[in-house]
Design a protein around this ligand. Structure first.
Ligand SMILES: NC(=O)c1ccc[n+]([C@@H]2O[C@H](COP(=O)([O-])OP(=O)(O)OC[C@H]3O[C@@H](n4cnc5c(N)ncnc54)[C@H](O)[C@@H]3O)[C@@H](O)[C@H]2O)c1
Length: 306
C-alpha cells in the first residue's frame, strides 16, 4: 500500500467526524458523492489552491456544503510556466537538451522543426485570471493573440493586450499555431478536445495545457502527437493523477510534460497557505469569505461550473 493509500484509509475512518476538510488540487477525485454522504458533520470543503474538480461539486451543493478555494493564489506562476512551455515547444528545446545528456551534437536535428514565436497566432481557451496574465506576457512577443471565453473581457484589457475575442471555439482553433487551455474542468469542458476537434486544428499545432488533463481526450492527444497532427504538447496536468507508469502521454513523441508543478512555487505555497488559514479563521469567527473564493455556496455552484 502506498503512503497516499494509507492516508486515505486513515481519513476514511474519520469521515463521519469531519466538520472541515482541506484538500489540494493535486488530490485524485477523493471527495466523492459517496464520501460526502457519509460525512454527516461536514460543513466546509477548502481547496488549498485553485481548481476544485477533485470534489463532486454537485453532491456537495446537494448536501448544502460550502466549497471554497484560494482564488488568485497561483495564477502568475502558471501564466509564466505557460509562456515557458510555449517557448520550449516552439524552439524544439527538449531534443537539444537530450542530445547534450546523451553526448550527441546535431544542430540540424533540432533546427528542422524550430520556429520564431513572433508572428505566430496564439489562442487561449479561457481568458480568466491565468489567461489574461498569459496574454499580457505574450504581448511583447508580437504574436497575433486570440481568446475564446464565456465572457468578453474588459475592452481596456483587450486594447492593452491586442487580443481579439472569438465567440466560436472551432473558428478560433482553426486559426491557431499555438493553443493554450485556461478553463476549469467542468461538465462543459470535460473532453472538450476530442478526436474530431483536434482533427480540425491546424496540422502541427502546439498545445499547452496546465488547466486539467481531463479537458483532453487522452488517447486522441497521444494519437495526434504520434501522427504529427499535434506538433508538440506540453502541460503539467494529467488524467488520472498521479499519472500511472503506462500513461500514453509519458511515451508519445514531441511532448514536454511534467508532474503537476506549474502552480507550486514557494511564493505560491505561501499565498495559498495564508489564504487557507484566512478562510479557516473566518469560518471559526462565523464570517464570510471573499466572494470570489466560493465555488459552492448555499446549494449553488459558481456560474462557470453550472
Ligand atoms: N496546473 C496548475 O498548477 C494550476 C494552477 C492554478 C489553476 N489551474 C487551473 O486553471 C484553471 C483556470 O484558473 P483561473 O484562475 O484562470 O480561473 P478563472 O476562473 O479566473 O478563469 C477561468 C476562465 O474560464 C472561462 N470558462 C469557464 N468555462 C468555460 C467554457 N465552457 N468555455 C469557455 N470559457 C470558459 C471562464 O469564463 C473564466 O474566464 C483552474 O480552474 C484550474 O483548473 C491549474
Amino acid at each position: 500500500m502506498t503512503r497516499r493509500d494509507q492516508t486515505v484509509v486513515k481519513l476514511e475512518k474519520h469521515i463521519p467526524d469531519l466538520h472541515v476538510l482541506i484538500t489540494t488540487p493535486f488530490h485524485p477525485a477523493y471527495v466523492t458523492a459517496e464520501r460526502i454522504k457519509k460525512a454527516k458533520n461536514l460543513q466546509l470543503l477548502l481547496t488549498a489552491g485553485i481548481g476544485s474538480d477533485h470534489i463532486d461539486l454537485k453532491a456537495a451543493a446537494d448536501a448544502g456544503l460550502t466549497v471554497a478555494e484560494v482564488t488568485g493564489s497561483n495564477v502568475v506562476l502558471v501564466a509564466e510556466d505557460e509562456l515557458m512551455r510555449i517557448l520550449i515547444l516552439v524552439r524544439n528545446f527538449l531534443p537539444g537538451y537530450h542530445q547534450v545528456i546523451s553526448g550527441d551534437w546535431n544542430v540540424a536535428g533540432i533546427a528542422y522543426r524550430a520556429y520564431d514565436l513572433e508572428g505566430k497566432t496564439v489562442g487561449t481557451v479561457g481568458a480568466g485570471r491565468i489567461g489574461k496574465l498569459l496574454l499580457q506576457r505574450l504581448k511583447p512577443f508580437n504574436c497575433n493573440l486570440l481568446y475564446h471565453d464565456r465572457l468578453k473581457m474588459d475592452p481596456e484589457l483587450e486594447k492593452q493586450t491586442g487580443a481579439k475575442f472569438e465567440e466560436d471555439l472551432d473558428v478560433m482553433l482553426q486559426k491557431c499555431d499555438i493553443v493554450v487551455v485556461n478553463t476549469p474542468l467542468t461538465e462543459k469542458t470535460r473532453g472538450m478536445f476530442d478526436k474530431e476537434r483536434i482533427s480540425k486544428m491546424k496540422k502541427g499545432v502546439l498545445i499547452v495545457n496546465n488547466a486539467r488533463g481531463a479537458i483532453m481526450d487522452t488517447q486522441a492527444v497521444a494519437d495526434a502527437c504520434s501522427s504529427g497532427h499535434i506538433g508538440g504538447y506540453s502541460g503539467d496536468v494529467w488524467f488520472p493523477q498521479p499519472a500511472p507508469k503506462d500513461h500514453p502521454w509519458r511515451y508519445m513523441p514531441n511532448q514536454a510534460m511534467t508532474p503537476h508543478i506549474s502552480g507550486t512555487t514557494i511564493d505560491a505555497q505561501l499565498r495559498y497557505a495564508a489564504g487557507t488559514k484566512d478562510m479557516l479563521d473566518r469560518y471559526f469567527r462565523g464570517e464570510e469569505f471573499p466572494l470570489q473564493n466560493y465555488i459552492v455556496r448555499e446549494g449553488e455552484l459558481a456560474p462557470q461550473y453550472r
